[in-house]
Design a binder for this molecule. Structure first.
Ligand SMILES: [Zn+2]
Ligand SMILES: [Zn+2]
Ligand SMILES: [Zn+2]
Length: 249
């Protein structure tokens, strides 16, 4: 199993249009501060699955040299997580899409001209794709009523993706996602900033500790952080970056 962070930015991405802050200025030089919108690629020898279809999906698939997608899993119905789906136009028909019923219905309606093939998944009920077991768990991301995180297992290794979430994830979900080998978690702002609907880096790392994650990487990062290399060096934060890969045997 191979996991690639295709996009590690928040909804506007970094650089943000019209912004000249330190992170955006650094991003314009093509550094790791340059962050496209959220998407994660999951690969095995049997195929490719996308967790969310970023508005930057076209450039992400070109960069990753991916020609075919065997399944899309949507975490929730926010633009930065599904907006790139129409990029399948004239590229791939009958894309299979998975998610909580309400999420799949909502997004499929927005992109109805592409006729996605819908598959409903309930929370905590595993389904198989490309030789892996995927399951959704409930997170907290108002005003979404059923936002999901995604857990992936190859039988030996467990990868957990928090989705967009506040820190107050239910005990049931926290129990479900215990002991991941890799925890990919929403940390839209640094520790000194308060935030709704998402977590800051401190809250994200606290959840990581609570579920005993072996390795943690922060994603869905806004331009509120210092430039990537400075933040990693000064504050030792495990920031993700576009194109970051994790291989499991
Ligand atoms: Zn900025
Ligand atoms: Zn969201
Ligand atoms: Zn988002």
């Amino acid at each position: 199993m191979k996991i690639t962070l295709l996009g590690t930015g928040d909804a506007p991405g970094t650089p943000e249009i019209g912004c000249s802050c330190a992170a955006c200025a650094d991003a314009k030089n093509g550094t790791k501060s340059n962050r496209t919108r959220f998407s994660i690629l999951v690969q095995t020898e049997q195929g490719n699955v996308l967790v969310d279809t970023s508005p930057d999906m076209r450039i992400q698939l070109l960069r990753a040299n991916i020609g075919h997608i065997d399944g899309v899993i949507w975490t929730h119905g926010h633009y930065d997580h599904y907006g790139g789906f129409p990029e399948f136009y004239r590229i791939q028909r009958e894309v299979h899409v998975y998610g909580y019923p309400e999420t799949v219905d909502y997004i499929s309606e927005m992109v109805h001209f592409l006729e996605p093939v819908k598959h409903y998944a309930n929370f905590y009920e595993p389904f198989s794709l490309i030789g892996l077991e995927f399951s959704l768990f409930e997170v907290v991301h108002p005003p979404e009523t059923h936002p999901a995180g995604v857990m992936i297992s190859d039988g030996k290794n467990k990868v957990v993706i928090s989705g967009d979430s506040e820190k107050d994830i239910s005990e049931k979900s926290l129990e479900y996602i215990q002991n991941p080998d890799l925890f990919i978690v929403d940390a839209i702002v640094p520790a000194h900033m308060e935030v709704n609907k998402h977590m800051n880096s401190k809250q994200a790392l606290e959840i990581a500790e609570k579920i005993r994650a072996k390795r943690t990487v922060l994603t869905h990062l806004g331009h509120f952080y210092k430039p990537h290399d400075i933040e990693v060096k000064e504050n030792k934060l495990p920031l993700g970056y576009d194109g970051m890969e994790f291989e499991f045997e």
